[in-house]
Design a protein around this ligand. Structure first.
Ligand code: HEC
Length: 297
């Protein structure tokens, strides 16, 4: 194969720089990916813990609090038909979400739905997109890095799929407990579709700092690796220059002189290595040629 370079020195220099850049870029990218993946793992376990608490509190309301309060209502403790604060797991969750959002500012929990009771739970653009995505793919969960309010967030969403029992409060105005109607004053029937994705529980964890740190880590480490690679290779090139290229240059000049018939200068050789042996061979050539010339003259 013919090299496009006239000099091995240039060829090696170009090769080293290109290899250094490639090595640096690959290492940088791998470190970036690794940092992001690690952060995602940590985020996932945070989300899991959070969801366990969310589910547990919903379950507590449904299985413990609500039946107990129904008992009390049946016993005629008040003339209310329903105690929202104690019997609605959605209301309970909403209250807990509010406190968590207040206490853990770098995490946002929301429960949203199309035609919500609480107008604050109307899906924003990101959530609308997630709901549509879950609907179209018939999925129960979504997770990914998503732009939200101009920042990168790691978003995990769990589909809200209404059951028949949810229609007590999310069906018609007529069926709704008085407490719900009075508090939210809905203007029309929410009429949530049973069995179809109609909303989501969404957890936002800011991720832009993680991504920025990962990018920085990748850049710095990739730069250092590429730089060290280039530096070590440059050192090798410098050694090659002294030990190989320069002696070869000198030999080349000697051979050129010999080819022009200048046979007086001895070709010096010091080492026993390949170049020393080459110098020795050239010296023998010079001596033979000189003898030949002497014989001819
Ligand atoms: C007893 C009444 C009641 C029942 C039954 C009920 N919810 Fe709710 N739900 C509420 C109330 C009240 C809110 C508003 C909470 C708030 O202020 O954020 C709500 C809010 C929600 C929201 C947020 C969107 C919105 O409408 O504001 C979701 C999602 C939700 N509920 C899901 C469900 C699901 C799923 C079921 C059935 C498994 C269900 N709910 C059953 C009372 C109920």
């Amino acid at each position: 194969m013919k090299s496009p370079f006239k000099s091995i020195r240039t060829e090696l220099t170009v090769l080293i720089i290109v290899a250094g850049i490639v090595v640096g870029a690959v290492v940088g990218y791998l470190i970036y990916r690794h940092t992001v993946e690690q952060a995602i793992e940590a985020t996932k376990s945070r989300i899991e813990t959070t969801m366990a608490f969310v589910k547990a509190s919903r379950e507590y309301v449904r299985k413990t609090l609500r039946p107990k309060v129904y008992e009390l209502l049946a016993a005629g403790c008040t003339n209310e038909d329903f105690i929202l604060e104690a019997q609605s797991s959605s209301f309970f969750t909403a209250s807990i979400f509010k406190m968590v959002n207040r206490d853990i500012p770098d995490m946002e929990l929301r429960q949203v739905a199309i035609k919500p009771l609480n107008p604050r739970n109307k899906p924003n653009d990101t959530e609308m997109w997630i709901i549509a995505y879950l609907q179209s793919k018939n999925l129960k969960e979504y997770e990914g890095i998503t732009l939200h309010k101009g920042r990168d967030y790691y978003v995990k969403a769990f589909a809200v799929i209404p059951k028949q029992s949810c229609l007590r409060c999310h069906g018609t105005l007529e069926a709704m407990p008085r407490a719900v109607k009075e508090r939210y004053k809905p203007k029309s029937d929410p009429n949530w579709p049973v069995g179809k994705v109609n909303g989501a529980i969404v957890i936002y964890i800011p991720f832009d700092e993680v991504l920025a740190r990962a990018r920085m880590d990748g850049l710095v480490n990739g730069g250092i690796t590429g730089g060290v690679f280039i530096l070590l290779s440059a050192l090798l090139l410098a050694i090659l220059n002294i030990r190989v290229f320069k002696p070869v240059d000198t030999l080349k000049e000697k051979v050129e002189k010999i080819s022009k018939g200048e046979l007086e200068d001895k070709v010096p050789y010091q080492s026993e290595n390949e170049i020393g042996m080459l110098a020795r061979a050239i010296e023998r050539l010079r001596v033979s040629m000189k003898k030949l010339m002497d014989m001819m003259s």
